[in-house]
Ligand binder design. Structure first.
Ligand code: ADP
Ligand code: ZN
Length: 210
């Protein structure tokens, strides 16, 4: 199954994509994680992406399209993959359709006020991509999955969060319509007061996983 996860920042794309990766044994391909790793390693890609990411803007289409096209050639993508955070513009979706066959676009929706509260308390692991919220960490500072020290992303600051939401509405939300017209869209309304597990079961159901 070749999947796309759509939805605003903080809707839980990464969290559910990681669970699905473990359950289905197909890789989660997060352009955000790949770019942050490149930034941390100070590669040419990372250095060129940094100013866009820290401002909450999108990295140019041709850059991310190139990364994803290369990544999908890897052996571990043969039985399927989960694209998390790509495509994010109609131009990216058009490019993707030239080198990939997508089965489902899963749209995770969530109210704006919840998004802001989630992102501003988020802590992430730059090594494995794990994400946490301060409210459930109980003072813990390392990743429960790999032991790496957790950090707060620079773009999870209040001003940048606002900008990311505007960028999402202007550039990414049109993809909902785009995939609807292709007959590939499934939407899951995430319930912010319910547990991750409950929402994950909704995701599974939408994908027809028994
Ligand atoms: P979130 O879903 O929390 O907003 P991501 O980790 O997916 O965060 O992305 C973080 C940042 O990385 C984005 O704000 C953007 O600058 C950049 N980025 C990630 N994926 C893409 C993409 N497909 N196109 C352009 N920029 C991207
Ligand atoms: Zn980790």
């Amino acid at each position: 199954m070749n999947l796309i996860f759509l939805g605003p920042p903080g809707a839980g794309k990464g969290t559910h994509a990681q669970r699905l990766m473990n359950e289905l044994g197909i890789p989660q391909i997060s352009t955000g994680d790949m770019l942050r790793q490149a930034m941390k390693a100070e590669t040419p890609l990372g250095l060129s992406a940094k100013k866009f990411i820290e401002a909450g803007e999108l990295v140019p289409d041709e850059v991310v399209i190139g990364i994803v096209e290369e990544r999908l050639k890897a052996d571990d993508c043969k039985n399927g993959y989960i694209l998390d955070g790509f495509p994010r513009t109609v131009a990216q979706a058009e490019a993707l359709s030239k080198f990939a066959h997508i089965d489902v676009a899963l749209n995770l929706s969530l109210a704006d006020d919840v998004i802001i509260q989630r992102l501003s308390g988020r802590r992430v692991c730059l090594k494995c991509g794990g994400t946490y919220h301060i409210s459930t960490l109980n003072g813990r500072e390392d990743c429960a999955n790999c032991g790496e020290k957790l950090v707060q992303r620079k773009d999870d600051s209040p001003e940048t969060i606002q900008n990311r939401l505007s960028v999402y509405a202007a550039q990414t939300a049109p993809l909902i319509e785009y995939y609807q017209q292709k007959g590939l869209l499934h939407t899951v309304e995430c319930d912010a007061s319910a547990s991750v597990e409950v929402n994950y079961q909704k995701v599974r159901k939408a994908l027809g996983i028994e």
